[in-house]
Ligand binder design. Sequence first.
Ligand code: PPS
Length: 579
Amino acid sequence: MTTDPGGASLIAPHGGQLKDLIADEAGRASLASEAQALVSWDLTPRQVCDIELLLNGGFSPLDGFMTRADYDRVCAEMRLADGTLWPMPIPLDVTEAFGEGLVSGARIALRHPEGMVLAVMTVSDVWTPDRRAEAVAVFGTDDDFHPGVFSLLEGTNPVYVGGSIEGIELPPQHSFPALRRTPAELRALFERRGWTDVVAFQTRNPMHRAHIELTKRAAAQAGAKLLIHPVVGMTKPGDIDYFVRVRAYEAILERYPADSTELSLLPLAMRMGGPREALWHAIIRKNHGCTRLIVGRDHAGPGNDRSGKPFYGPYDAQELLREYRDELGIEVVEFQEMVYLQAEDRYVPAPEVKDGQKVLSLSGTELRRLLAEGEPVPEWFSYPEVVDVLRDAYPPRERQGFTVFFTGLPSSGKSTVANVLVSMLMERSSRPITLLDGDIVRKNLSSELGFSKEHRDINIKRIGFVASEITKHHGIAVCAPIAPYAATRREVRDMISAYGGFVEVHVATPLEVCEQRDRKGLYAQARAGRITGFTGIDDPYEAPEHAEVVIDTTTDSPAESAEQVLRFLSDAGYLPAGH
Ligand code: PPS
């Protein structure tokens, strides 16, 4: 079905037919009443993003979560079963328990985490995918350093469900309502303004001078208007949160010529899939009424693999899009990296730099360092209004919160060193500190949990959640669980790094020493078979590969070990100078 808000044509100058999966008024009432008797699935944060773009047509021509035939062909060939170009799998992932009773033809209610039913789905397929094979097909790798692979393998449920959906309402959005426009609303806006040619700029970062120069050039070269279309759904872990980014985007709008530029927020859950993702972004922007998309260096890049090599070449995305130019229905505006010519005080694309001309550049890591250390950000790099927003949100490290996360075998000395560290920190600063020791947490937060992998993961995620809240509020959390699984520790790191420091301390006391200490007599019980699934004996401990600090309590006293951590915190700038 298509609707026509404000009488505007729903065919953009270069766009295709737009889906609108929200039912009409009578349909919505009847779906809502039917939903009361249906089993319901509580949508995950990623699925909330996906369903919003399904319902509002951002994912046209999809009319629901992908069926198996669509999924298989998308993975293999970037096409839906009917041959339409579509690069990203969008199935509904559910738990085994939920998937068990589902059969083709069943109807299920899809609920927002706040409780309201957003849509009713008619199930057509239920299957258990090979997610590792999906990772290789879609991302070209199963290395879980790739954030899209990590989220697929560790954060996605094991059973997929496909089927069409009938919408009752869009997910509620409470932030920046005036800046959120559906594809139909944007198309209507462009139509009203007479904007027949609109170039979209995709971003998940604050915009600095290079981005502003690039977007101005792109619009001017094409003689087109500009849509700044930042992603506010899910981006790469560790990115600057969108509340801060949107304040910064709003601040720079005045730097564009009048009646030339719009800002609209896109509730997309990115997969960081590089070239495939760029193709997806192009289709999504076409659906939003744009006629062109800027694709620059390393579009939707996921960073480096575990050997430090980028997953994709810097211009792979441009190359892939060129292959599909004729059927995309949206032009791609290719840009090379913009660099700053110091002598001329202006930005140019890298290939325009002549031999001997001096260029300046500043990486994202370097910018974060300048902010963390309270140093000035050079004027050639950004505008004062953007730097002010960032400084306000990211104070220097000595005013940020942080988490010290001890991990190690039972009886390795985690709790002892953590306690000493807490006392040392309290001697030095009046910042609030919370100790989340393994045993204390199990008594207070996780008393119903055992030691299965599932329960350990829940336990560690709870600790991570509490520590991330403490860190967000500029406090100090000192955690000391065993935390034996690398993937769960990484999730906790991602959760906390968004708000402040995360310092992993591996208490690497060897197993023989821990077993000899056996402070609670549990190793002896595990050896005797009276306890099963005991870490280090018959349950694995995956040692961290990139801990910020490694200590060994065989050779160092608790005070010496705690001093090592303190020194790291001080050197990294988390403690005021002189401590
Ligand atoms: S986990 O894996 O991180 O959730 O474990 P944690 O909550 O830190 O464990 C807290 C203490 O529980 C005791 N204990 C066990 N540990 C490991 N495996 C099994 N099966 C087990 N059963 C009980 C153990 O003494 C942990 O304390 P520490 O301080 O590490 O010795």
